[in-house]
Write a protein that binds this ligand. Structure first.
Ligand code: GCV
Length: 712
């Protein structure tokens, strides 16, 4: 029997539909690039009319990646074969090329805007070329084309109207990086999704197929760099045998526009003789010192930089944790952070490499209040760093707590480009067990007005360079990725990887918009389901704050593991590693007094913030216990007392998780069965854990308030 081509295609389409029906299993590996057939029949019909074939000009590896992506993506989405072509002979052609390569579009399209997009930006425009209806994806470089191709697919995945389309998109932030806290032995510090993706023992000979899938996922979001190893860096990463492995990864990532960076150990130049046992001071060189003013040390780094660039010509630079949590640094030699950073920056400068010098420092001698220390150490150094140095700070002044006010250092370094470090891996937000969508939190930080140059001085404007006219700009996200089949442990944690990448590309996107895209690309396009799932996600971070650390509480988790509650934790090698140091509960009240009569951390903020935070009546209640020691009977805006409000918040947090579990249960049979079960199991655990947080904290604080727990 002879079966026609059309029938075969129809059978393939039906099989794809069946395969992707909710009853079948999705293990999460494909992330947001599933390319399931468009579910809206009318839209599918229109797309099929609008898209007939693909033409990608250029022969590079990147162009081949674009061809494959568009072909596979469109074949899947449209349920029909969308062929590659090299000629313009029919309507519906998707033309992809740089201006340089595409003479034919110059006449038909407005290309002026394209030139203004600079590197990596892209344009998507529909119109006519030589009388045929076409869609152009164009850019000034091939990585821009790749980003444009992914965006075009995203439009179809989210079932957006392609009629008269005109999109121009440009990266606002130059360095958009993931920071992996991956150790060379395969363990991931604060990683909850399996072991490291990097199989150091297999590289460079064996190249795991997952490396290019990782690069592809990042490129689909516009992430353009990756720091491969933990900031608690093992100096071995700079040995030639490791550099060969790093070079292999760089080779895989390069066509996707991703550059590699390394975390370095500041004592790398010292010889094994000078290692200090059980400390993080270790090296691979033959020197007795790593003093940044020592000429031999400086030469060691210059030689090392030259060696690195021989292996990896487009190497991005170094990320450095120094004089923090036992890591060696310039202060070991009475030098400053600027001395240390500048020595490395000098070594990298002739190769256009950068140094990202972390400001996560909290030397107890600097100030009694940990929240003030980074500011006090770094502000006096503003203006002393070489032009290729970034100072990289976490979003908040303490750590990646569920809620903190913004790190005030961001408004106080006008002469030093600062990178914002966010944490995707949920170290303090329930690991990969709790469903917590982080984009609302990141937006809260990005939109935080620091008033550094009057109203409107948002953190976003510091990071994108517009506030202080920084010459380089960067953002970093501590990765939540491991070798688990679904990459992130929790299926919903993929949304945090997605959201980070999208915000790094364009911080003006809303958390709602990003959730909408992610759900449509990863789960379902059914409008009512999208709304339901989005609602769950959007409130999930506030719920987490409420069941863990409401009203400005912070750092009251179990020691080391950082998962469950530990408000009674009082014995640690350092006071600022305990919980009692932060919550300061006593018979008079609760909270850390950081007002002018307390630690005076409020003075690190600009007016009018400092006055607003300083006054118990104007301090936003979400930060109340961060800045004030508040009497148990203090009356809150709601009319409840502090104690009652605390109980109310803890109960509303757990209530929200119960609500998420109930809502999710209603989705049975309407979304993929494997994802449904996976999330159901985790929500059960989250319900239990949220209540443990609530009850442990309230029972503990009750010892001081001596009041009845309300809301049970
Ligand atoms: C990589 C916190 C984490 C550490 C982390 C450190 C840092 O203290 O618990 O695991 O170390 O921050 O950001 O350097």
């Amino acid at each position: 029997m002879k079966i026609s081509g059309k029938i075969i295609l129809f059978i393939i389409f039906i099989c794809q539909c069946i395969h992707h029906s909710p009853a079948f299993s999705d293990d999460g590996y494909e992330l947001w690039m599933k390319y399931h057939p468009v579910s809206d029949a009318l839209k599918l019909k229109t797309y099929r009319q609008q898209i007939s074939s693909i033409m990608v000009s250029g022969t590079s590896e990147t162009c081949q990646i674009i061809r494959d992506e568009l072909k596979n993506g469109l074949n899947g989405l449209l349920g029909k074969k969308v062929p590659l072509t090299t000629s313009l002979s029919r309507n519906g052609l998707i033309i992809v090329g740089t201006l340089e390569n595409l003479n034919m579009i110059k006449k038909s399209f407005d290309t002026k805007q394209l030139l203004a997009l600079g590197k990596e930006g892209f344009l998507i425009q529909s119109g006519k070329v030589a009388g045929y209806r076409c869609t152009i994806i164009s850019a000034n470089d091939e990585i821009g084309l790749l980003y444009g191709a992914f965006h075009f697919l995203r439009l179809i995945q989210t079932q957006t109207d392609l009629d008269k389309i005109f999109i121009i998109s440009k990266s606002i932030i130059q360095y958009r990086l993931l920071n992996h806290w991956d150790n060379l032995d395969g363990r991931v510090e604060r990683g909850y999704a399996g072991r490291s993706l990097w199989k150091w023992n297999e590289l460079p000979e064996k190249v795991d197929g997952r490396y290019s899938d990782y690069a592809r996922a990042n490129a689909s979001l516009g992430i353009n760099g990756t720091v491969l190893n933990n900031v608690n860096a093992n100096p071995d990463i700079l040995k030639p045998e490791y550099l060969k492995k790093v070079a292999k990864l760089a080779e895989v990532f390069r066509p996707y526009g991703i550059r590699v960076f390394l975390s370095i150990n500041f004592s790398s130049p010292i010889s094994a003789k000078f290692h200090i046992e059980r400390s993080r001071r270790a090296g691979i060189g033959d020197l007795s010192t790593s003093d940044p003013m020592n000429p031999e040390v400086r030469q060691w780094w210059k030689d090392k930089a030259a060696e690195i660039y021989r292996f990896i010509p487009d190497f991005g630079g170094f990320l450095v944790k120094a004089n923090s949590e036992g890591m060696p640094g310039p202060q070991d030699y009475n030098r400053t952070h600027a001395d240390g950073a500048n020595m490395l920056a000098e070594a990298l400068s002739s190769y256009s490499g950068v140094v990202m010098w972390r400001a996560f420092v909290y030397n107890a001698d600097t100030d009694l209040d940990r929240a003030k220390r980074a500011y006090k150490e770094f502000v006096p150094l503003d203006g002393q760093f070489r032009p290729n140095v970034f100072v990289q700070a976490k979003n908040g002044p303490v750590d990646f707590q569920p809620r903190e006010p913004v790190q005030p250092l961001f408004g106080a370094m006008p002469k030093t480009p600062m990178t914002l470090e966010l944490q995707l891996t949920q170290e303090y937000l329930g690991h990969s067990t709790h469903l917590v969508y982080l984009a609302p939190m990141w937006k809260e930080y990005l939109e935080f007005d620091l008033y550094a140059k009057g109203p409107g001085s948002t953190l976003a404007k510091v990071v994108d360079g517009s506030l202080f006219d920084y010459k380089m700009t960067g953002i970093a996200g501590v990765a939540n990725i491991g070798d688990d089949r679904n990459w992130c442990g929790h299926f919903f944690a993929q949304a945090n990887w997605y959201a980070y990448g999208r915000l790094a590309w364009d911080h003006t996107l809303s958390a709602d918009q990003i959730a909408n895209e992610w759900i449509r690309m990863s789960l379902t396009n059914e409008d009512s389901l999208v709304l339901t799932i989005k609602k769950m996600m959007m409130g999930s971070r506030e719920a987490c704050v409420n069941y863990m650390t409401p009203l400005g509480l912070h750092h009251i988790m179990q020691p080391d593991f950082h998962y469950g509650p530990g408000p009674d934790h009082a014995n640690a090698p350092r006071l600022d590693w305990t919980s009692v140091y932060y919550h300061r509960a006593d018979s008079t009240g609760l909270g850390f007094d950081r007002t002018t009569s307390g630690s005076n951390a409020v003075s690190q903020y600009f007016s009018p913030l400092r006055e607003e935070f300083n006054d118990i009546y104007t301090c936003p209640e979400k930060y109340l216990l961060w800045f004030h020691h508040v009497p148990w009977n203090y009356v809150m805006h709601s009319g409840r007392t502090l104690w009652q409000e605390l109980c109310y918040k803890y109960y509303s947090g757990t209530g929200y998780v119960d609500q998420m579990a109930t809502t999710w249960a209603l989705l049975k049979g309407r979304i993929d069965s494997q994802i449904f079960q996976h999330v159901t199991d985790r929500l059960k655990k989250q319900q239990k854990d949220a209540k443990i947080w609530r009850d442990t904290c309230l029972n503990y604080f009750q010892r001081f308030s001596q009041m009845e727990i309300v809301g049970k």
